[in-house]
Design a protein around this ligand. Structure first.
Ligand SMILES: Nc1ncnc2c1ncn2[C@@H]1O[C@H](COP(=O)(O)OP(=O)(O)OP(=O)(O)O)[C@@H](O)[C@H]1O
Ligand SMILES: [Mg+2]
Length: 306
């Protein structure tokens, strides 16, 4: 399949600060691709360089084969974006904003269904200044989709949305992709990335430190599982460190945590029962994208052990 996005050797400096130091990744057409990384890692800078909103200092950038530095009009015609820092005049009404954007994009009244889809039908006549934070966010996403773009860039789409609205947004993004639109999603929510993204890239200190499907990233960074249970404080834990595969044992406010590899749940359970403890909450958690992310983005002198 053709690439919607190609980035290679992308560099960007702000004054003396090197923010992007040779970023590279590709997004296939039709994919939902997640860009992850700590605050200040350069995610917004990357997606804005791709849209020709910021000037890349060096590197190969293509959006559906077009260079955003040379062909910015073509690129903007193909991309819809919900930017992290967006604003509209306070007095513009929801429907007016949608119609205005549709007029600019030349898509007539195709914006009408977006009101319903993004839960804004009841706020149709409300002024932008009177919308709640989450309603503004939904409006910005709807505006990104007004031009029926081939690529939609969503920078922290669900920040500020309530839990139900977040889930609705995930379903809608999945539906947008079903229609053939490629999605570039910047997010700090690992559950969102794990649920939605076909592939992700993790940006740290201006470089990509991991890329692949969420499952691949998890496999490549850790095979540790975590077994947890509650135990009375008088219950000695020393024997747990002798269990095959166990690497660390910690007592926390919420209970005991044993980390390690292999069939740890069965082994811990067996050892506990042998010592007369049958905790009803004995459970295992497999490594998640969040664990992989924390490992990939940990400061080099402070490796994350959990
Ligand atoms: N216009 C600018 N002038 C100077 N420095 C900037 C400018 N825009 C961003 N930066 C700096 O570049 C770095 C990357 O910023 P960017 O907004 O790309 O990060 P981000 O990964 O999107 O972070 P966040 O998760 O907080 O949104 C930060 O150190 C930021 O302070
Ligand atoms: Mg950002």
């Amino acid at each position: 399949m053709a690439n919607a996005i190609e980035v290679e050797g992308l560099r960007k400096r702000y004054g003396g600060l090197e923010v992007l130091d040779g970023v590279g990744f590709e997004v296939a057409e039709g994919e939902i691709f997640g860009l992850l990384g700590p605050n200040g890692a350069g995610k917004t800078t990357t997606v804005e360089c791709l849209q020709g909103l910021r000037w890349a200092d060096a590197g190969h950038l293509r959006v559906f084969g077009h260079d955003p530095r040379r062909d910015v009009r073509r690129v903007r015609g193909l991309v819809g974006s919900q930017l992290q820092e967006s604003a509209l005049p306070d007095r513009i009404k929801v429907w007016e904003a949608l119609q205005l954007f549709a007029t600019i994009e030349g898509t007539g009244r195709a914006w009408e269904p977006l009101l319903e889809e993004w839960g804004l039908a009841h706020r149709r006549n409300a002024a932008f200044g009177d919308l709640s934070g989450g309603q503004r966010q939904r409006l910005f996403i709807a505006l990104a989709l007004v031009g029926a773009p081939r690529l939609v860039v969503l920078d922290e789409m669900t920040t500020g949305l309530d839990p139900a609205a977040r889930r609705d947004a995930w379903d809608l993004v999945a539906a947008v992709r079903e229609r053939g639109t490629t999605v570039l999603l910047v997010t700090h929510f690992m559950d969102e990335a794990e649920r939605l993204c076909d592939r992700v890239a993790v940006l740290r200190g201006g470089r990509i430190v991991g890329t692949g499907t969420p499952a691949e990233l998890v496999r490549s960074t850790t095979s540790e599982v975590r077994v947890e249970f509650s135990a009375p404080s008088a219950f000695g834990l020393d024997f747990l460190t002798g269990i095959a595969g166990a690497t660390t044992v910690t007592r926390r406010r919420t209970g005991v945590v044993v980390q390690g590899t292999g069939p740890l749940l069965a082994r811990v359970g067996h050892a506990l029962v042998e010592r007369g403890l049958e905790p009803p909450d004995l459970r295992v958690s497999l490594p998640s994208l969040e664990d992989a992310y924390l490992r990939l983005t940990a400061p080099l002198d402070d490796p994350v052990s959990s």
